[in-house]
Design a protein around this ligand. Structure first.
Ligand SMILES: O=P(O)(O)OC[C@H]1O[C@H](OP(=O)(O)OP(=O)(O)O)[C@H](O)[C@@H]1O
Ligand SMILES: Nc1ncnc2[nH]cnc12
Length: 175
């Protein structure tokens, strides 16, 4: 079994992408590494094994990669949260603030039944804006958010403060 520390070596730092001052955490080397990918999925899923998770929910695009794998690992279903006008049936939408401007995410209204136990997944927690919007969508449908699991948390951006009251947050790696 791989040491969680060695996962860090599979994450490539790209300075000044997509704009000056940003240290972009590129997960593509990790995704390409069979042992690294398996370890990442296992470390993200394991805190929630045996906790009765019924659904895993992740946002387009990188949330889909880990979300479906974690859903399988937990014998749960997967619910996609998508960029606007991609989901074909009735949707609930949320618009949230970005550094400059706003963004919108959508979920199928019938994707979650009230009280269903949901695990929220993404690759990375930065400002927390994306994850907060996803949690609010699931909450709005009556889902019971059991926790949030991410591969990477950028601590200095204080995304957890934005996420409160969804405070059961499990990062594998922190920067
Ligand atoms: O905490 P935040 O400041 O909201 O940032 C984190 C989000 O940013 C990235 O997605 P991005 O919007 O780049 O889309 P992608 O998954 O399609 O690459 C990442 O996958 C998270 O979803
Ligand atoms: N620094 C960063 N690296 C990778 N993905 C991100 N999404 C938001 N901030 C990011």
């Amino acid at each position: 079994m791989m040491d969680p520390k060695s996962l860090e070596q599979l994450i490539r730092n790209i300075p000044d992408y997509p704009k000056p001052g940003v240290q972009f955490k590129d997960i593509t080397p990790l995704l390409a590494d069979p042992a690294g990918l398996a370890m990442a999925v296992e470390l993200m899923a394991s805190p929630f094994r045996g906790k009765g998770i019924e659904l895993v929910c992740g946002a387009e695009s990188r949330g889909f990669i880990f979300g479906t794998a974690i859903a399988q690992a937990l014998s749960a279903g997967f619910i996609p949260i998508r960029k606007p006008n991609k989901l074909p049936s009735d949707t609930a939408a949320i618009t949230y603030d970005l550094e400059y401007g706003t963004d919108t995410l959508e979920i199928h209204k019938d994707a979650i039944k009230p009280k269903q136990k949901v695990l929220m997944v993404d690759d990375l927690l930065a400002t927390g804006g994306t994850m907060k919007a996803c949690c609010d969508l699931v909450d709005g449908l009556g889902g019971n958010i059991a926790g949030v699991t991410v591969l990477i948390e950028l601590n200095f951006l204080n995304g957890r403060n934005v996420l409160a009251p969804y405070d059961n947050v499990h990062p594998v790696l922190q920067y």
